[in-house]
Write a protein that binds this ligand. Sequence first.
Ligand SMILES: [Zn+2]
Length: 209
Amino acid sequence: MKAHTKETQATMTPEKSLQYLKEGNLRFQNNLKANRNLLEQVNDTREGQFPFATILSCIDSRVSAELVFDQGLGDIFSARIAGNFVNEDILGSMEFACKLAGTKLIVVLGHTSCGAVKGACDNAELGNLTSMLAKIKPAVEAVTEPKDENLRNSSNIEFVNNVAEKNVQLTIDRILNESEVLADMHKNGEIMIVGAMYNIEDGAVTFFE
Ligand SMILES: [Zn+2]
């Protein structure tokens, strides 16, 4: 598989980009890899990059977007932050990736058993982590079940995973509400924004559709 070029990027649509990621994750789940020579791709991308998708995911060491979607050099922009939420800087990065560098798809990728989400559920406090986790709290509050406070913490993994999913949805809402550039591109059909969850137990990505 070759690195994307200006010509191949121009043939990509939001739907085709999503299809590429779905196929890549299926290869990953089946322990198959596209035949690509990374060193050759270094050379092929030396004059420029023409990626087709932008993926926002967690820093979790098990959730590397390039690996779980079986992508090579020059294929995707990868923004990573614990708890995969957006702030002004990440929105700016996404605007660059879509408006200036031509990617057609934004994926907000949450994952099961997320440590950042667990921290937010448990009201963990530590240095700068405290204010970071506060950004995931709206998702904790938006998941209304169970009501019993004793079940609303990291020992309840179903609750944790529901919060992680809600966090993905709220992040997409924030992208559309806080980035005029991306909201316009989305409205015009130039880009698609989709949420997804990665299951750390089997390597499968489930897209919300
Ligand atoms: Zn995580």
